[in-house]
Design a binder for this molecule. Structure first.
Ligand code: CO
Length: 298
């Protein structure tokens, strides 16, 4: 169970994430740099007294998640794009995680609206004793009624202090599961829906990483960078871009490669819909209460 103090921090960081989400939503317009959206979101989080819990993801069309623009990214929002922005903030390791979709110009409005409704249905299910598979079934059903498919290999997740993906996972499809939610759990529900196959695949590109542990590395430079990563981000994901100011791109990529090969950090691959379908996402963080839940990111 959470203490009063922990509850208070979860509420505070939830409000910050929600404010940032609404400010950044207005930026998703034709011509805007994806990089500018991500950096503005992260800067707003800091200016409000929290820290990014992970690099801001700005994922467009068939890209479902894990695209956080690198430092030299030139890509811009275009008319007709389906843009997902996923924002994480933390205070002292207590995390709020929230995401939205904009159908730029309104052409793909249907999928963007549908995923919000799917999320609300899922939130309506949450109370102590509910099996996570039932929440998945609700998401799947609501997505299908709206004419879309849920993405079956992406899930919602439990949040714990300094841990973005703690114990429980919440499927986006009906599933046999042993896991039930209980009072005091902090959960991020994040349905993804698509007009494609309903499955994402790893792309070669990686822009987001996470510290795993100190391991023997090839280069001295790598060890120094690893120590900084561990101190600055602990076990939370970080962006290649966040390290870009300290060395050249080539050198940074060699260093990250060295750390991945040593098993000291892990990469998160960009995730793309298998049939290049459009993907929409909505996400809120909530705390399970005695008879329902309290959404911290409204
Ligand atoms: Co999440």
């Amino acid at each position: 169970m959470l203490s009063e103090k922990e509850l208070e921090i979860y509420r505070r960081v939830g409000r910050i994430a929600a404010e940032v989400r609404e400010e950044v939503r207005r930026m998703v317009k034709p011509g805007e740099l994806l990089l500018n959206i991500a950096e503005t979101a992260e800067e707003l989080i800091r200016s409000k007294g929290a820290q990014p819990a992970f690099p801001c993801n700005v994922s467009v069309n068939a890209v479902a998640a894990h695209y956080s623009p690198p430092a030299d990214d030139k890509s811009r929002i275009q008319e007709g794009d389906v843009v997902k922005v996923d924002i994480g903030a933390h205070i002292d390791g207590y995390i709020a995680d929230t995401a939205f979709t904009v159908a730029v110009g309104g052409k793909n409005q249907e999928i963007a609206e549908a995923v919000e409704q799917v999320l609300e249905k899922a939130i309506g299910m949450v109370k102590p004793g509910v099996n996570v598979g039932e929440i998945g079934a609700t998401i799947e059903e609501a997505a299908k009624v709206a004419g879309f498919r849920p993405i079956e290999n992406l899930t919602g997740h439990e949040l714990a202090r300094w841990d973005l993906h703690a114990g429980i996972t919440i499927p986006n499809v009906k599933e046999e599961s042993e896991q039930t939610v209980k009072e005091g759990d902090v959960l991020a529900l994040e349905p993804f829906i698509t007009n494609g196959a309903g499955e994402v695949e790893d792309q070669p590109e990686t822009y987001i990483f996470r510290f795993i542990g100190v391991r023997p590395v090839q280069r001295r430079m790598s060890l120094k960078v690893l120590q900084d990563i561990s101190r600055l981000y602990r076990s939370l994901p970080f962006a290649e871009r966040w390290l870009a100011k300290r060395m050249s791109r080539i050198r940074l990529q060699l260093t990250l490669r060295d750390l991945i090969n040593a098993g000291a950090i892990r990469p998160y691959h960009v995730l793309k819909e298998r049939e290049d379908g459009l993907v929409a996402q909505a996400e809120h963080t909530l705390i399970v209460t005695k008879d329902g839940c309290e959404v911290t990111t409204r």
